[in-house]
Design a protein around this ligand. Structure first.
Ligand code: DAT
Length: 178
């Protein structure tokens, strides 16, 4: 646990389509103490991109520039920052008090991603990423395993469950740090 922060910082990670934005947006509203730092939006607004990947039809994140943009917020003494990204090993460990890894059943993820227009290699690679639990393993090797939590995100009921679990955890952390 950080010795300075009053409110915990959390990282929400997982394969695209597992529900990171949905969870963060709802958590921001419910907890009233977590500010969502939407990495995709911050990167877009500040042009934190290195190049354009023609195969995946997306921008490649300039991780250093992105981290420069959010560093002051992440290191402040208040805390309460919630970051979501489909990657996690480039963020400094000190930024986070908990890492939540969202997981989704392959068939459901397939439907969510095709609904979003993913196809071909981009679709296949993202499904493989989930099948081989790449993000979970990445989180477990980049952070203390004790702060890494796997959350299943297949259904609206599980979303609700996850929101309750995280909200409760945040309150407990705040109480323990007083
Ligand atoms: P991500 O930000 O990880 O790319 P998202 O929040 O945009 O994912 O969610 C992708 C889609 O899945 C979107 O249509 C909302 C839906 N969704 C998210 N979490 C869900 C859940 N637990 N149950 C059912 N649908 C969910």
């Amino acid at each position: 646990m950080s010795s300075r922060r009053k409110i915990p910082n959390i990282l929400v990670t997982g394969t695209p389509g597992t529900g990171k934005s949905t969870l963060c947006s709802e958590l921001e509203t419910r907890t009233m103490c977590l500010e969502w730092i939407n990495v995709g939006e911050v990167a877009k607004q500040n042009k934190c991109f290195e190049s354009f990947d023609d195969q995946y039809k997306c921008h490649v994140l300039d991780e250093e520039k992105l981290m420069d943009e959010i560093q002051d917020k992440m290191d402040d003494e208040i805390g309460g920052k919630m970051v979501d990204y489909h990657g996690c090993d480039f963020f400094p460990q000190r930024w986070f008090d908990a890492v939540f890894v969202l997981r989704t059943d392959t068939k459901l993820l397939h439907d969510r991603l095709t609904g979003r227009g993913y196809e071909g290699k981009k679709l296949e690679d993202n499904l493989q990423c989930e099948i081989f639990q790449i993000l979970l393993d990445e989180a477990r090797s980049a952070y203390d395993e004790k702060i890494v939590h796997e959350l299943i995100s297949d259904s609206p009921e599980q979303l609700e469950d996850n929101l309750e679990k995280i909200s409760k955890w945040v309150e407990e952390w705040k109480n323990a740090s007083q």
